[in-house]
Design a protein. Sequence first.
Length: 77
Amino acid sequence: MLSLSKEQIRKSSALINDVVEEAFVGLLTDVETSLLKKLNATLSSDELRSVAAQVDILRQLKTYKKALINGNRDSAL
């Protein structure tokens, strides 16, 4: 059976958290890019109304992404 010290477990856990954070920030960036493309396209008035909520989500995602990049997980939540 594999036996890990507390320090090895702590380091492994920190590495896993870093990888997951990077992947999530990458996903947020993809979502941000997709929303920006929609916003920059020519939209009808009905489409503009439906996109208004997405603009708010985009702002929230940017704030969350900045908090993650700065390593401030508490303010990201």
